[in-house]
Design a protein around this ligand. Structure first.
Ligand SMILES: Cc1cc2nc3c(=O)[nH]c(=O)nc-3n(C[C@H](O)[C@H](O)[C@H](O)COP(=O)(O)OP(=O)(O)OC[C@H]3O[C@@H](n4cnc5c(N)ncnc54)[C@H](O)[C@@H]3O)c2cc1C
Length: 236
């Protein structure tokens, strides 16, 4: 039987995680609570949803998004730029969009992530809490480090940033084969069976697995050819 402990504050969540090193956080639960998912039933879960903010606000030239904001909260917000709404829309199920949080999507660091490529392209900054207290840093650093045991509290994106993106999968409801995004910062991609990449060269040179979403050759073909279309969209 799964043990779920509710944390009332970020300090309590941190203490619980320190005392239970094997435990995992749960926010929307669409990943950790899924049937036959990646988290064994014996793993204790620390529910962080009670204290994570779902607020989204625009402050001057930045938009601040609480880690507890769901994909649907983001789509419904009047201050969120179109490129992020589009990326949230890549999650085709309304039921999942109403549950899945942006914090969970980032912390999961999936090679099929809908959001990490666009957030990297926008130069997002991440707020976290852990043994060194509250920290703010580049999302790119968090991703390059393979994440951390810190609680993701929220993120900041620029209000005026041009980002174009694309998603490829067998069906709208299937896992993504490739999610990619282009901005003045370059091309970023999440490639199933490969990882998260920070340039075209990195993705094309990577060891990518053939799997149910497509062959490695197919995924690389998508990235190479779609980059040209994304450039046209960005320059329009
Ligand atoms: C059928 C199906 C298909 C899916 N396909 C995709 C896909 O193609 N692309 C994709 O990106 N996702 C996919 N997902 C996974 C998932 O729905 C999303 O990634 C979602 O955004 C995860 O958010 P959540 O709040 O539900 O996270 P949770 O399930 O609660 O947690 C996900 C991970 O993040 C950690 N975590 C959660 N919140 C925090 C926090 N605030 N701080 C630190 N760690 C935290 C958890 O410990 C866990 O490791 C799919 C899920 C299902 C059920």
């Amino acid at each position: 039987m799964r043990q779920i402990i509710s944390a009332k504050s970020m300090e309590e969540a941190y203490r619980l995680r320190r005392d239970l090193p094997e435990a995992r956080y749960v926010s929307g639960g669409t990943e950790v609570l899924r049937l036959n998912g990646s988290v064994p039933d014996a793993t204790a879960l620390i529910d962080v949803s009670a204290f994570l903010s779902p607020e989204i606000e625009k402050k001057h030239d930045a938009i601040i998004i609480g880690a507890g904001a769901t994909f649907q909260d983001i789509i419904d917000s009047p201050v969120i730029p179109l490129w992020l709404k589009e990326a949230c829309g890549y999650m085709s199920s309304l039921a999942l969009r109403m549950q899945a949080t942006i914090g969970g999507n980032i912390a999961r660091l999936g090679d099929d992530s809908y959001l990490i490529p666009v957030l990297l392209a926008a130069g997002a900054r991440l707020k976290t809490y852990g043994n060194r207290g509250m920290l703010e840093g580049e999302l790119s650093e968090y991703v390059r480090n393979g994440g951390s045991r810190y609680t993701v509290l929220g993120l900041t994106i620029p209000a005026d940033e041009a980002v174009s993106s694309a998603r490829f999968s067998r069906t709208a409801a299937s896992h993504s084969a490739v999610n990619m995004a282009l901005s003045k910062r370059g091309l970023f991609s999440a490639v199933k069976g490969g990882g998260i990449f920070f340039s075209l060269e990195e993705a094309l040179g990577a060891d990518i697995a053939d799997d149910i979403t497509g062959s490695a050759q197919y995924k690389k073909y998508l990235i190479r050819t779609e980059k040209e279309r994304l450039e046209e969209v960005l320059n329009d």
